[in-house]
Write a protein that binds this ligand. Sequence first.
Ligand code: ATP
Length: 335
Amino acid sequence: MTTHHATLIPGDGIGPEVTDAALRVVEAAGVSIEWERVEAGADIFLKHGTPLPDEVLNSIRRTRVALKGPIGTPIGGGFKSANVLMRQALDLYACVRPIRTIPGVPCRYTDVDFVIVRENTEGLYSGLEHRVTTGVVESLKVVTETASLRIARYAFELARQQKRPSVAAIHKANIMKLSDGLFLECARRVARDYPEIELRELIIDNCAMQLVTKPEQFQVLLMDNLYGDILSDLGAGLVGGLGVVPGSNVGTDCAVFEAVHGSAPDLAGKGLANPTAVIRSAGLLVGHLGETDAATRIERAIEAALADPKNLTGDLGGKATTRQLTDAVVRGLEA
Ligand code: ATP
């Protein structure tokens, strides 16, 4: 059996509880991973003056793959987001979030199945803000042709690989004519190389409405950093909430897998958080390592566990603890 090497960042809040659950599931799936455990986040900021010490980035550069728990970011002042710093430092340019209804998870829809592909390195997350004069600030949205072409190509390649018939480019180019205009133009240029895939163009506000009224029409949604952040949470809401949606941040050299949700400080330490999103993120990691059979078994085991109402955690309307749901997934894998 091959032993893989990967970095583990437990993170803040519920992070340690849910990443522990994911490690148990990976082990039960028979995948051997030697985890290099490193710390990032709020506590580390207090000790080291940075939420993302070099040791963390160096570990990921070495192992090329990481499972990351959520890391909180203070609102307003405080330190810069470790998540944004990491994505920029490792050039994890594509944020990929599969949004799919899972049988057994209570939600309003039955047949949602699309993937959000979010540009992860620029846009309004460039961090370029300044005060012009008292009471006036500016925040710069940076859009480059290189990054826009690269993320559009990622979205079309994913659509081709997963045999999905359309990519919808989400924008606000009617107002942000230059920045979103360039993003859209790049999507059109890349689309010419994929004649079998339809390029759809939707203004973000219309897209938000259609996601709620007819989500089953979407296949791949391509968008910039901020739109991707917001619509990811909306997408999670369509399929059962933040507790169930996994994600990956992919670059040319490394990939970091993490849930869409944050550190949920209200639940931290109580053993009540839903571990599904992080377990599914670990499943994506396992697939990325080439263990595709184990990845499929992990996804099936989660589905089977969630099909039984007594395994549902509080966010899904049930009473199960993090451990009870994890035990059920592990039992399913060992059966
Ligand atoms: P952060 O500042 O790290 O983004 P946050 O609390 O603002 O944290 P989230 O953690 O993303 O934002 O989630 C908002 C709320 O959704 C949480 O307070 C929690 O009640 C719920 N939630 C999020 N993730 C989970 C989970 N895995 N299990 C159960 N509830 C969750």
